[in-house]
Design a protein around this ligand. Structure first.
Ligand code: B16
Ligand code: MG
Length: 219
């Protein structure tokens, strides 16, 4: 039976994807790399350096930069991103998720955060939802980022649960793969075609609800 939920942050709880893309877009423009739909969705869920590599590789210029230069670009993106997320308020919790969190809590289900973001604790604080979670995975302490299972596997450990007792919620393809590889039950939020590997799909955060998840799983 299901005893806990592991939440992705960006795109599931927080409306922060627009800030990631705004900050990366500025870097891309400075480097004269055209922005695209593929980059917009490709950076979702993957870590900071992988996002930069995706952008550089899209223009075939990754080998033109030294490791130190790449670090500088990633740091500059993060400085800009941190400025943007400092404006977050509880209103930036994605639609329906305040209610969903309250519903899980009322049903004695435990929750943890499985985000690739090193800024996750700061964002949870700004959104004033930190208290719902027993813990937050520190992505700098796991071996591999999403799509590897490590982040979601660690999220189950934080809950002190077996993977099959955990439902993972994600908005990215990389994240759904991570949940599935960890042996947890995947819930995809967003385009069902793109997230076809998810066990259960919802079109938007507004549609996510415990009753439907229970019905799907005969739980
Ligand atoms: P940071 P999630 C991910 O968050 C974002 O979707 C992804 O675009 C970002 O590159 C990654 O966090 C790392 O974020 O630069 O703040 O460490 O979806 O896993 O909650
Ligand atoms: Mg996400």
């Amino acid at each position: 039976t299901i005893k806990g939920f592991a939440f992705d942050l960006d795109g599931v709880l927080a409306d922060t994807a627009r800030f990631h893309s705004q900050a990366w877009r500025q870097i891309a423009e400075e480097l004269h790399i055209p922005w695209s739909e593929e980059l917009e969705s490709g950076i979702k869920g993957i870590d900071r350096m992988s996002s930069l590599m995706l952008i550089l590789n899209s223009a075939g210029v990754a080998d033109k930069y030294t490791e130190a230069e790449k670090e500088t670009l990633a740091t500059r993106k993060n400085d800009h991103y941190k400025e943007l997320i400092s404006t977050l308020t509880p209103d930036d919790v994605l639609p329906g998720m305040h209610e969903f969190l309250a519903d899980l809590k009322a049903n004695n289900l435990t929750m943890s955060i499985a985000s690739a973001s090193k800024n996750a604790p700061f964002i949870l604080d700004k959104l004033q939802i930190s208290d719902y979670f027993v813990g937050v995975v520190d992505p700098s302490k796991v071996k591999a980022g999403k799509p590897a299972p490590d982040i979601f596997a660690e999220a189950a450990k934080i809950l002190d649960l077996q993977p099959e007792e955990v439902v993972g919620l994600e908005d990215s393809e990389a994240g759904i793969t991570s949940i599935n590889e960890a042996g947890e039950i995947s819930v995809g939020i967003g385009d069902a075609m793109q997230l076809h590997a998810a066990k259960i799909n919802f079109a938007s955060t507004n549609d996510v609800n415990l009753a439907q998840i229970k019905a799907h799983l005969n739980w």
